[in-house]
Each structure stands twice: as C-alpha cells, then as structure tokens.
Design a protein around this ligand. Sequence first.
Ligand code: AMP
Length: 217
Amino acid sequence: MNVILLGPPGAGKGTQARLLSERRGMVQLSTGDMLRAAVAAQTEIGKAADAVMKAGGLVSDEIVVGVVGERLDMPDVAGGVVFDGFPRTTAQAEALDALLAKKGLKLGAVVNMAVDDEAMIGRISGRYTCASCGEGYHDTEKVPAKPGVCDKCGGTTFTRRKDDNAETVRARLKEYHAATAPLISYYSAAGKLSNVDGMASIPEVTAAIDAALNGKE
Ligand code: AMP
C-alpha cells in the first residue's frame, strides 16, 4: 500500500514512517532525508537546496518532484511506499497524483497527524538520531537505555539536524500552515484522509495509524 503521512515538522512523521517500513516492508520515502543527502554530497540539487533548508523554507516543487519521480522508478517501490514530508504543496500533491497514475500505482491512504504547534518546538529542539542506524531519540522524551549508546545498533555517535533550532522551526511551522495544511482539504475531498492524534505516545500513534490503514489497499 502507498501511504502519505501528513503533519507539521515534529509531528512524528519520520518516526512513524520508519516503524511502518519496519512492520510492513514499505519503502520510507523522506524528501527531507533525500535532500540532506544531496546537500552532504554537494550535488547540484544539494547546492540549490542548502540555503533554503537552513532558513526553514521550501525547496522548489520542480526539484522535489524530480527527486521523488526518480525514486519511484526503482523496483523496490512495488512493495509500497510511505511518503514522509512529501507532498508539501498542492502542486506537489497534483504532481504525485500524476506520477502514481503514470507508474500504475495507487494511493491507499493519507494519515494526518494532528499536533499542537508550541509542543512541536520543544519536540524538535530536543531530538537527535543515531549516526549509524538513524534511530531517533529525544533529550527528555526518549533517551537510550544506556546513556550514549544506541538501543538499536550499539552505535555511540549521534547527530542533530542543523535546522532543528527554535528560529528555523518557527519558519518551518509557518511554511507548513501556509503551503502544506491546505492538503488536509485536498485529500479529504479525495476521500483519502484519516486523522490521528499526533500528541499521543509513539505506540498509541502507531496503533492509530494501523487502525486507519486496516482494510485499505
Ligand atoms: P523534513 O526532514 O521533512 O523536516 O524536511 C527538511 C527540509 O527539507 C524542509 O524544511 C524543506 O526545506 C526541505 N523539504 C523536505 N521535503 C520537502 C518538500 N516536499 N518540499 C519542499 N521542501 C522540502
């Protein structure tokens, strides 16, 4: 099944997309991760995206849709895709509809993770990930069982995203409300939308997403 996780930065899209890919063997397609990889590799796309991402703005639809289109050409997407951080604008949603139709793929569901803006700033400012396996942690909400050692892989190096500071987070939230929130109506009108409470605990949100996906294909 192909699923979109919708919600502002910090809603838990990455965490839940990762869990969905582990449980259901779906490909996690995170445009944020793909763009960060392009920035690190200093590709043309990375160079174009770097400053926009640092400022908390949105990378152009053309670049992002191009990256997603290429990823959807890979054979592993046949087992299902969980879109994490894409689409973020109505133009991207329309482009995704066209891409899926062209590739003979179907959109199974869109899960909207509803959260509270102010809480997102605290969530994002405290988050970090294992540099080896990508498992996510938080300074107060989710610490490794053994301090400094990843629960999942035993890695001891952790990274924080450059754009996870309060100022950039506010810009990202503003972009979300202006450009991305209208997608809630877009997918509701298409009969695809389910709402889950993104303020609940990680396992509770996982269960709510599972319930929303049950019976859909
Ligand atoms: P994320 O990891 O999803 O929070 O994305 C980090 C940053 O990458 C965003 O603040 C944007 O600058 C950029 N980005 C990621 N996905 C998109 C997208 N679908 N459209 C435009 N910009 C994006």
